[in-house]
Design a protein around this ligand. Structure first.
Ligand code: FES
Length: 136
């Protein structure tokens, strides 16, 4: 198996569909002569891949130690209350998917929040809600 090639294919599939559909997992399993479970294992190892459709806006909030020390809990709670969903869930209108995640790589600038590919640093609860309200 060529891991790099599989990763590239997973990225392409995710870009095309917004997630990795079951039929594409079956194709990859056939192509790489591995079980579907093993392909799922690869997918689930990387948080950027999803096996279910996500909302138009994928909201990621870091709750690792550095961000936690800067009160990321306030941001997490505020966003969960505003959206009415928990981590891993999508709003009924399919607009937002929320993920509480490990480090987003900006530990000295926490709390850190990501909306699709855009990073926001030093985010307060009020700033997070403002960002969400501006998502069109
Ligand atoms: S701990 Fe939050 S970005 Fe690293």
């Amino acid at each position: 198996m060529n891991d790099g090639r599989m990763m590239e294919k997973l990225h392409n599939i995710q870009t095309t569909y917004g997630y990795i559909p079951e039929n594409e997992i079956e194709k990859l399993a056939d192509e790489y002569a591995m079980s579907k479970t093993k392909v799922y294992g690869v997918i689930s190892f990387y948080s950027m891949f999803h096996t279910e459709p996500t909302g138009k806006y994928l909201i990621r909030i870091c709750n690792s130690l550095s961000c936690h020390l800067n009160r990321s809990d306030d941001v997490v709670t505020g966003v969960q209350e505003y959206l009415g969903v928990e981590s891993g869930e999508t709003t009924e209108d399919k607009k937002y998917t929320l993920e509480i995640v490990e480090c987003l790589g900006h530990c000295g600038e926490g709390p850190v929040m990501m909306v699709n590919d855009k990073i926001y640093t030093h985010v307060s609860k009020a700033a997070a809600l403002k960002i969400l309200k501006e998502c069109m």
